[in-house]
Design a protein around this ligand. Structure first.
Ligand code: NAP
Ligand code: GLV
Length: 324
C-alpha cells in the first residue's frame, strides 16, 4: 500500500509530481491555513506531511497522527514544529536550508538599504504627486557605505549578508555561540565579538538566528538600549527573536534611528503602533520569495518526505536521532 502524504497548503507543482510517484497525496490546494482541528483530522491517516511555517505541528497535533513518520517543512526555520515531540515519536523532521540563502541575504540587504535611505516613503511621496522640486534635504537618509554592520547569528544567511557588506566597504562584526573558522573570518573580514559590544558599535544590527525558545527576545529592552541612537535594527530571521514592544517603545522615544522588519511576533498581525511609525520599513515575510527558490524549496521538501517514507535518510534531517 502506498503511503499517504498530507500537503497542508498550496505548493509549487514540482512538489506534487515528486510525491505522486510513490505516495497517495492529500492536497489541500488552498492558501488558507488549516485550523488545528482540521489539521489534526487530516493527520490521522497521514504517514507524511509537507508543511509550511504557518502550520502549527505541536505535541497535540502529533498525538493525533499515529502513523506519521515524516514532517517535511518548506522553510529553513522550523520553530512551528515541536521537534522534541516528533523525535520522541520517531518522526523525522526535515527542512530546506541552502537553496534560499542567497535570496534571503539579497532581501536583507535590500531592506537595510531601503530603511537607511527611506526608499518606500520617498517613493510614496512621488506617487502621491507631492514632489515639487529638488531640495537640499529632500528625503535625506543615513549612509550605508563604510558603516559598521553587526550580524547576530553567523550561519548560512548571516555569512551571505557579510559577503554583500564587503561590496559596501562595511566593517563587519558578528556574534554567535560558536566562533567561525579563522579562514572564514579572514575571507569575510568579520570579527567575532560579544553581543553587547556588537550592539554598542554597530550602525546596522541584522538578526540571523533561528526562532524558538532559545532565542526568544534575544534582542529585548536591554539590548535595544545598548544600540546607538543613530543605529538601525534589521530583522529577517523570526519575529520572536526581537521583543516587538521594546522595539516600538525605543523607536517612539527616538532611541533608535529606524528598523527594517520582514518578520513579526504574531504574523500576519503587525501592531498598529509599528505601522504608524515613519522610520520603519515593513515587509510581509518575503525573505526567500523568489519564484525559482520557492519552487526548489517545495521540491526539496517533497523529495525528503518521500525518502523518509521509503526508509531512506533524507538530505536535510533536523533530528538525526531518529535515524540513529
Ligand atoms: P543557520 O545556518 O543554522 O544559522 C543560524 C545561526 O544562528 C548560526 O550562526 C548559529 O550559530 C546561530 N544560533 C543558533 N542558535 C542560537 C542561539 N540560541 N543563540 C545565538 N545564536 C544562535 O541558519 P540560516 O540558514 O542562516 O537561517 C537563519 C534563520 O533565518 C532561519 O532559522 C529562519 O528562521 C530565518 N529565515 C527567514 C527567512 C525569511 O523569509 N525572512 C528566510 C530564510 C530564513 P551558533 O550555533 O554558533 O550560535
Ligand atoms: C522562512 O522564513 C524560512 O525559514 O525559510
Amino acid at each position: 500500500m502506498k503511503p499517504r502524504v498530507l500537503v497542508t497548503r498550496k505548493v509549487y507543482p514540482a512538489a506534487l509530481a515528486i510525491l505522486q510517484e510513490d505516495c497517495v497525496v492529500d492536497y489541500h490546494d488552498a492558501y488558507e491555513v488549516l485550523s488545528p482541528e482540521r489539521l489534526q483530522r487530516k493527520l490521522q491517516h497521514a504517514h507524511g506531511v509537507v508543511c509550511q511555517l504557518t502550520d502549527r505541528l505541536d505535541a497535540a497535533a502529533l498525538a493525533a497522527a499515529p502513523n506519521l513518520r515524516a514532517i517535511a517543512q518548506i522553510a529553513v526555520g522550523y520553530d512551528n514544529i515541536d521537534v522534541a515531540a516528533a523525535t520522541a515519536r520517531r518522526i523525522a523532521v526535515t527542512n530546506t536550508p541552502g537553496v534560499l540563502t542567497e535570496a534571503t541575504a539579497d532581501l536583507t540587504f535590500a531592506l537595510l538599504l531601503a530603511t537607511a535611505r527611506r526608499l518606500p516613503a520617498a517613493e510614496r511621496f512621488l506617487h502621491s504627486g507631492a514632489w515639487q522640486r529638488w531640495d537640499i534635504d529632500l528625503w535625506c537618509g543615513a549612509d550605508v557605505h563604510g558603516r559598521t554592520l553587526g550580524l547576530v547569528g553567523f550561519g548560512r544567511i548571516g555569512q551571505a549578508v557579510a559577503r554583500r557588506a564587503q561590496g559596501f566597504g562595511m566593517r563587519v562584526l558578528y556574534s554567535s555561540r560558536n566562533r567561525a573558522e579563522p579562514a572564514l573570518e579572514a575571507e569575510l573580514r568579520a570579527q567575532h565579538v560579544p553581543l553587547d559590544l556588537l550592539l554598542a558599535q554597530s550602525d546596522f544590527v541584522s538578526v540571523h538566528v533561528p526562532g524558538g525558545a532559545a532565542t526568544r527576545h534575544l534582542i529585548g529592552v536591554e539590548q535595544v538600549c545598548r544600540m546607538k541612537r543613530t543605529a538601525f535594527l534589521i530583522n529577517t530571521a523570526r519575529g520572536s527573536v526581537v521583543d516587538e514592544a521594546a522595539l516600538i517603545a525605543a523607536l517612539e522615544e527616538g532611541l533608535l534611528a529606524g528598523a527594517g522588519l520582514d518578520v513579526f511576533e504574531q504574523e500576519p498581525q503587525v501592531p498598529e503602533a509599528l505601522r504608524r511609525l515613519p522610520n520603519v520599513v515593513l515587509l510581509p515575510h518575503i525573505g526567500s520569495a523568489v519564484t525559482s527558490v520557492r519552487s526548489l524549496m517545495c521540491a526539496l521538501a517533497a523529495r525528503d518526505c518521500a525518502a523518509v517514507l521509503r526508509g531512506e535518510r533524507p538530505q536535510h534531517l533536523v533530528n538525526p536521532e531518529v535515524f540513529a
